[in-house]
Design a binder for this molecule. Structure first.
Ligand SMILES: [Zn+2]
Length: 419
């Protein structure tokens, strides 16, 4: 009798030990994800089937058609997990794994609006995501575009530039004499009867992408840098002559001019962003982009085809060394954003003789967001998600530059007051 009692205790402690150790030491694994429609028809529940409780999780809605979810657990495995079949309201789910965990982007169909919440299933280890049908107005009010989850880690040390203003730097002195970095001019390329590059089979036009991204950049500046003024060369679908764009920028006393465009190429595989500042085109490809963007002059009244001559550009480079140095620096910061934060292929910082950048008394850039002739990239640039990421990359470069600028200004004034 006593022996049975001891055996029972042994068995019980073994079960207890096994149970405890499996809970503590088991590596969490995501076996599968399932999606079921709520019985009241008001949305969906996504169940993440886990074998152990992860550290934590987060859900964000950075764009109206995108919800992002991440399970933070560097240990989490997800090999061979089973993907759910998608209900009609969900366009796509993209799965990602990085050093901090595993998660996914949920893209919704057009005119489908959801709000999301995530919570632990009380009876199990699973994490549930509730997707509740909502309206565009409510979703727009609640999106937080700054709250992206970047799926790829970037290394601060890998920056392609070493950006420091020194107080006796020519470019810095020139800018300081211009009274700071407070007015940003955003120039959405093309507009009105000039659609820019077109993807006819998808019905996507450069002028619409340029305007949408420029307006978003402006919103971010207004929201996160309230002391900076934003000036647009156009805020709607209208034609604005190149000379008029420059005049708007000069009259506003702009401290930076950013012209926003989308690229095109005969090769439909070509993709990636390019950032230009004014100068002599050094490659045939840069020359092609320049010719295409300058061809808008043909559309203007009384304007014939016109290109800047090599001599004009050389003289310009000599006379505007300060602004060009700043343009190049901001271009490098922007390319870092595109490459490392927005996960776009960056084709680099380049120079060419763009008419729209000519004779501006301020640093000036022209951004080709991506190729409208590449179907994937065209769809990305036309989506709210893509536009939000592209705009946030441009915004972050402006913000980073302003921070460096303000810091160097403080260092100089400290030094002056110490003398
Ligand atoms: Zn263009």
């Amino acid at each position: 009798m006593e022996r049975i009692y001891i055996l029972a205790i042994l068995l019980f402690s073994c079960i207890l030990a096994c149970f405890v150790s499996s809970d503590i030491y088991a590596q969490p694994n995501l076996d599968r994800i399932s999606i079921s429609e709520r019985s009241d028809g008001k949305g969906f529940v996504i169940r993440n089937h886990l074998t152990a409780t992860p550290d934590s999780f987060k859900i964000t809605q950075p764009a109206a058609d995108l919800i992002q979810f991440i399970i933070y657990s560097s240990e989490l495995t997800s090999d061979n997990f089973i993907e759910p079949s998608l209900p009609s309201s969900i366009r796509n789910i993209e799965y990602h794994k990085n050093d901090t965990g595993f998660g996914y982007d949920i893209f919704f169909d057009e005119n489908e609006y959801f709000r999301a919440s995530a919570y632990h299933d009380r009876n199990a280890l699973d994490i549930l995501i509730g997707l509740e049908r909502s309206t565009k107005e409510v979703v727009d009010r609640n999106i937080d575009s700054s709250d992206f989850i970047y799926w790829y880690d970037y290394n601060q040390d890998s920056l392609a530039y070493d950006f420091r203003f020194s107080s006796d730097d020519d470019a810095f002195i020139q800018m300081r004499n211009n009274n700071g970095f407070n007015v940003i001019v955003l120039d959405p390329g093309h507009g009105g009867h000039d659609p820019g590059a077109i993807n006819r089979s998808l019905g996507i036009r450069e002028k619409d992408i340029a305007l949408a991204v420029a307006l978003k950049v402006g919103e971010y500046i207004n929201q996160y840098m309230p002391d900076v003024e934003v000036v647009y060369t156009r805020k709607d679908d209208r034609f604005v002559e190149l000379a008029r764009r420059g005049k708007i920028a000069s009259e506003a006393n702009g401290d930076l001019f950013i012209s926003i465009h989308a690229n095109s190429a005969r090769n439909t595989q070509a993709h990636g962003a390019e950032i230009y500042f004014l100068g002599l085109a050094r490659t045939a490809a840069a020359l092609e982009v320049m010719k295409r963007e300058n061809s808008v002059i043909d559309l203007e009244n009384g304007g014939g085809p016109m290109q800047l001559s090599e001599e004009e550009l050389l003289i310009y480079e000599l006379a505007n060394a300060g602004n060009l140095a700043i343009s190049e620096r901001i271009a490098m910061m922007m390319e870092d954003q595109f490459r490392n934060r927005a996960q776009r292929r960056s084709r680099g910082v380049k120079q060419a003789g763009f008419m729209v950048l000519w004779n501006l008394p301020m640093p000036a850039l022209l951004v080709e967001l991506g190729f409208i002739t590449n179907p994937n990239e065209a769809r990305y640039m036309a989506s709210e998600y893509g536009q939000t990421i592209l705009a946030s990359a441009i915004f972050r470069a402006i913000r980073d530059f302003k921070q460096e600028y303000d810091r160097s200004l403080r260092q100089t004034s400290n030094r002056v007051s110490n003398d």
